[in-house]
Design a protein around this ligand. Sequence first.
Ligand code: GLN
Length: 380
Amino acid sequence: VAKRLEKFKTTIFTQMSNLAVKHGAINLGQGFPNFDGPEFVKEAAIQAVIDGKNQYARGFGVPDLNNAIAERFKKDTGLVVDPEKEVTVTSGCTEAIAATMLGLINPGDEVILFAPFYDSYEATLSMAGAKVKSITLRPPDFAVPIDELKSAISKNTRAILINTPHNPTGKMFTREELDAIASLCIENDVLVFTDEVYDKLAFEMDHISMASLPGMYERTVTLNSLGKTFSLTGWKIGWAIAPPHLSWGVRQAHSYLTFATSTPMQWAAATALRAPDSYFLELKRDYLAKKEILVEGLKAVGFKVYPSSGTYFVVVDHTSFGLPNDVAFCEYLIKEVGVVAIPTSVFYLNPEDGKNLVRFTFCKDEGTLRAAVERMKEKL
Ligand code: GLN
């Protein structure tokens, strides 16, 4: 394997889902729903295939989807963007992340992440030859330590990557935090890459897009996808929204990574994004009920549960059960209890920082969530 990928192992999500199958454990690890996406979107996909939308799409997206993304972004943020120049469709947000790093970061540039961070950020930055710095968000509230961020910024800092609502903690960046980060970025001429794939799963406060803050659109790449909002994580439709000078870099990388994304699925994605408001309200209401079951269940099991404002994840402190770290705890949980969670230490530059925390997902039907809680009550 190339040096730039030497330190990375099989992703923790793949490892854990494999163990779930091997041990017949209930999988509250990898974040994918065990229920299906909406009929009207599936039907749109079938129709697109039948209608012959089956050859290469335009590289940066089928026009109808670029339009639908721009319309959605205007509804959500009030920002008017040019679908032809500022929206790039990718194969999932994961490709948008890679294209952003490879298209906008030079070797030696510094990029600041907030730990715990989604694993692909560090790996794709490594592919781009960037230097990664990380600022640790600490429980109970995972607030942004602005002074630490300030001292981490140097003349080589090219970008700060944020993720709100935040995987794995469920933290949502507050207006004050975003304002403080924005000021630092403007002052130091730094870009923001913002991963907002859980924006429709914002329960405790309104989601705020960094791009909508004064002076920020021109230095922000907003990343999103269809997977979480429409319970279709296997479709792999994502996008990047950025001003033309930044979109250009993202598009250049995207052109040579995948060139274009599945054509019929893009047509169906456009239909999805034009769903009525009631769809988004219902999604949130359903997830709130699931969250309640898992959070109350985990508390009853005896975990210290940290408040999660958004996403379909919640992190807990496992230390009262006496295992030495998150990986040992997750192993015990799979083998002795029959439940899969995600150890969080892989999401830090310094794994020690995550050793007390594990992540559970509640993107499963209610029966599955209750069954997992019962197993833990019985056997932990
Ligand atoms: N985003 C999903 C999660 O955090 C996992 C995606 C993946 O498996 N790479 O669980």
